[in-house]
Design a binder for this molecule. Structure first.
Ligand SMILES: C[S@@+](CC[C@H](N)C(=O)[O-])C[C@H]1O[C@@H](n2cnc3c(N)ncnc32)[C@H](O)[C@@H]1O
Length: 213
């Protein structure tokens, strides 16, 4: 990120017209080739993005990490809330999605990597404390050990006042792995809240978790 980007207003809203077609095309292309990595057929709606972004601090110089930003459907709403001097880091596994993000979310620092290597990736960026983690990786499709491995790294780097969020389809929450993920969150954090957004297809819920135990 250059100095001009660093101080530029962090506002990038969802694209319209040809932009949104490009976003959907890129998302679908990756989803068809790597269905379990993406775990969704379309990007998340802006209604969800607006709600999820509420955990992002709008004062100070926060560091916010997005795990699995995809085409950036949550990133614009997050960036809009961030004050000057904030850092907005995205860790994304899909190569094509990384290229898309680098073009369309210039205020973000995009890391092409695996959330399973979170601490190493953040260390390379000189980041050892994070104020908010917004995760939309397909948690319920991960095996238990992988899920726990990523979750532990999130809690290790999260500031004491920080918030961790995880998105999940309502349907996934009722599956065996969805229930197990919920239990893992309950035993990992002192506070676990849920919020459902119906203006998404399919309806989507997200966990808001604070104070790792
Ligand atoms: C359900 S999509 C969400 C994309 C976007 N945030 C949204 O809400 O529309 C999941 C995203 O997580 C990425 N992903 C999956 N596993 C990952 C991992 N281990 N590390 C980083 N990104 C991952 C996928 O490539 C995909 O972009």
């Amino acid at each position: 990120m250059n100095a001009e980007q660093d101080h530029a207003p962090h506002s990038r809203s969802r694209p319209f017209g040809a932009g949104i077609l490009d976003e959907y095309r890129t998302f679908l292309h990756t989803a068809l080739r790597h269905p379990t990595m993406v775990g969704a057929a379309t990007p998340t709606s802006s209604a969800v993005a607006a709600t999820v972004a509420q955990v992002v601090p709008s004062i100070g110089e926060p560091v916010v990490v997005e795990l699995g930003p995809g085409t950036g459907s949550l990133s614009g709403a997050i960036s809009t809330r961030l004050p000057a001097g904030a850092r907005h880091i995205g860790v994304e596994l899909g190569e094509e999605l990384v290229e898309h993000l680098r073009t369309h979310q210039p205020g973000m620092e995009i890391v092409h990597g695996d959330a399973g290597d979170l601490l190493v990736l953040l260390d390379k960026l000189g980041v050892h404390r994070v104020d908010a983690i917004i995760s939309s990786i397909p948690w319920s499709l991960l095996v238990d050990d992988t899920r726990l491995h990523i979750l532990r790294q999130c809690t290790e780097v999260l500031a004491p006042h920080g918030a961790f969020t995880a998105l999940s389809y309502l349907s996934a929450r009722c599956s065996g792995s969805g229930k197990h993920f919920h239990q893992q969150l309950e035993t990992t954090f002192d506070e676990v809240l849920t919020h459902t957004t119906w203006l998404n297809f399919p309806p989507l819920m997200h966990y808001i978790c604070r104070r790792p135990i």
